[in-house]
Design a protein around this ligand. Structure first.
Ligand SMILES: [Zn+2]
Length: 221
């Protein structure tokens, strides 16, 4: 999936996150707020900058906040072991989420679940007394495993359309980010991932992620 990168200027040092036990879902509690707005607000809290790792706007645009390796600032006392994703909007008062935003969140959560094997998906309110991410936030729709399967099917049937996007492609396991390699090798060993000719895989990041999710589902029975 496409992630919009920002050249954030951090007011303090960032620290590497020692573990990733959970992906925590938030809403902005504001109907119209850009990623830059969030960064400004979080700096005014005295934080180093935007505290979420990802910020998803109503139109489905996914913005990167904190680097994925860094400790965020979004769930007190649990930042060192969690990733934070925030949705623009106030889902305590808005009764439905735009389809594009919901689909982007579903894809992002599925991607991170595949990347951080075993990470749970939680609401901010699972950790403390807060309305966040709001009573109308479509938590089940975004986190259900069957939604991941549906998205995988959508991705599988959408190759031509996705060719146009600037997307990472890998020819060898070594070219892949470290978090994909073990599962990619399992796919190759199973014969589920094959190149055209001389060990050339020519697989996109999206397709690789989809295959990994499918593999997990098969393993889980
Ligand atoms: Zn929150």
């Amino acid at each position: 999936m496409e992630i919009i990168e920002h050249d954030w200027s951090w007011t303090g040092g960032l620290t590497a996150r020692p573990a990733t036990d959970a992906i925590v879902l938030h809403h902005a509690a504001a109907t119209n707020l850009s990623a830059e707005d969030v960064d400004r607000i979080h700096k005014s809290n005295g934080w180093s900058g935007i505290g979420y790792h990802f910020y998803v706007r109503r139109n489905g645009a996914v913005h990167r906040g904190r680097p994925e390796w860094a400790i965020g600032a979004h769930v007190k006392n649990h930042n060192s072991r969690t990733l934070g994703i925030c949705a623009e909007g106030n889902y305590e008062t808005e009764t439905s989420m735009p389809a594009a935003q919901e689909a982007a969140l579903r894809q992002l959560v599925a991607m991170l679940r595949a990347r951080y094997n075993g990470a749970a998906v939680k609401r901010h309110s699972d950790y403390m007394a807060t309305a966040c991410p709001g009573r109308y936030y479509p938590f089940e729709a975004i986190t259900a495993q069957q939604s991941a399967a549906r998205d995988s099917a959508a991705v599988c049937g959408k190759n031509d359309e996705q060719e146009g996007e600037a997307m990472e492609r890998y020819d060898t396991v070594e070219e892949m980010p470290a978090y994909y390699r073990a599962e990619a090798q399992r796919l190759i060993d199973r014969g589920a991932l094959r190149g055209r000719g001389e060990a050339q895989l020519d697989v996109s990041e999206d397709m690789l992620r989809t295959l990994i999710i499918c593999q997990r589902m098969i393993d889980e029975g």
